[in-house]
Design a protein around this ligand. Structure first.
Ligand code: NDP
Length: 333
């Protein structure tokens, strides 16, 4: 291993599932050795995503225990494991999307790493990537939104929500956002939502029907899940799509498909990972997304960068609906 790479590192792992008390910040985790097809990346910034809380809580099963959380990071390639490194070399700045990123170093499949383009500021890769790709693939593939479409976006001031608002504005859609506070309402409007409903006290369905002349929205992007599913079904237009892509409020219980026939609704439960399986898909979408940031000046809102040792606070804030935009972890602290 390269001499500058230490033998142990800081990282956050779980040994059992539960609340934030199961997050174990360690300073003596062995630095992984990259094998064929992998690269070793020294992480500068780690993206926090809602999925990390699902693995921590047990909503999604961890493949083994102990388990280092995390799915996304930005950093520098410090070692190649051999085999196909997809043109990457030591010293390259990359983003990686794989398991085990809540640590100073991650052994990542080279196939799941993409170079950060010149001109992109530090932090922005980790802040933009997973949530931005989710939004991009949802509006492109889950439901191909067209100019003039009426679209409903729940949690519009969240990390993924702000991306959806910006992308939908660029497409020329009419976006109705939902958010739980007045501050979030303003952020979603600034990001491009044409109308935003504060669903803590406003009637979302009434507003959607008023704005759409009683038709409803042709596409609903719902990452909130359990608490908004019925509302989403109420708000979707005839022949519209309900794209249920997350569980922020809990998993959606089993649905009787006969309920969809009332309006010939398409119901979909997509995941980003199945839209970026091939190298061509991953690179194509990533280059497009980073182009939106670098050339088209899309805003990448960072809520806060937390020291890795304060990961529990980051999870508590994210799950407590106290955040807007992206949360990052800094493994050097
Ligand atoms: P967000 O930044 O959007 O945070 C979640 C937001 O959901 C909160 O800020 C809150 O906004 C809203 N919310 C509503 N009810 C609850 C609740 N009971 N508990 C917590 N939050 C609630 O997170 P992300 O952008 O990281 O993720 C958003 C959703 O997208 C998640 O469900 C996530 O799993 C999903 N996702 C799915 C992917 C996929 O591939 N399918 C990939 C990436 C994300 P408010 O206060 O305004 O209601």
């Amino acid at each position: 291993m390269t001499s500058s790479v230490p033998s142990t590192m800081k990282g956050v792992m779980i040994n059992k599932t539960g609340g934030t008390e199961v997050l174990e910040y360690k300073t003596d985790i062995p630095v992984p050795t990259p094998i064929d097809g992998q690269i070793l990346v020294k992480n500068d910034y780690i993206g926090v995503n809602f999925i990390d809380t699902y693995f921590r809580s047990g909503l999604y099963p961890a493949p083994q225990m102990p388990y280092i959380l995390g799915r996304e990071a930005e950093g520098t390639v410090v070692k190649l494991g051999g085999g196909d490194s997809y043109g990457l070399k030591e010293g390259d700045k990359v983003v990686v999307m794989c398991e085990g990123t809540y640590a100073e170093y991650t052994s990542a499949p080279a196939a799941r790493a993409v170079k950060v383009p010149a001109g992109m500021d530090s932090k922005i890769g980790a802040a933009a990537w997973l949530q931005g790709l989710t939004a991009l693939t949802m509006v492109r593939e889950a439901h191909a939104v067209k100019k003039g479409d009426w679209v409903l976006v729940h949690a519009a001031a969240g990390g993924t929500g702000l991306w959806l608002c910006q992308l939908l504005r660029a497409i020329g859609a009419n976006t109705i956002g939902t958010a739980s506070t007045d501050e979030k309402v303003e952020l979603a409007k600034k990001a491009g939502a044409t109308h935003v409903v504060n669903y803590s006290h406003e009637d979302v369905k009434a507003k959607v029907m008023e704005l759409t002349g009683g038709q409803g929205c042709i596409a609903i992007f719902d990452g909130v899940g359990k608490s908004t599913f019925d509302l989403s079904l109420d708000c979707v237009a005839r022949k519209g799509s309900l794209i249920s892509f997350g569980n922020a409020s809990g998993a959606v219980p089993p649905v009787t498909i006969a309920r969809l026939s009332a309006k010939n609704v398409r119901l979909m439960r997509p995941t980003l990972f199945n839209y970026i399986v091939t190298r061509e898909e991953l690179e194509g979408y990533t280059n497009e997304l980073f182009g939106l940031v670098v050339k088209d000046k899309f805003d990448v809102r960072i809520h806060e960068t937390y020291p890795l040792s304060e990961v529990a606070r980051a999870h508590e804030y994210l799950e407590g609906r106290k955040t807007t935009g992206k949360l990052l972890l800094d493994p050097s602290k």
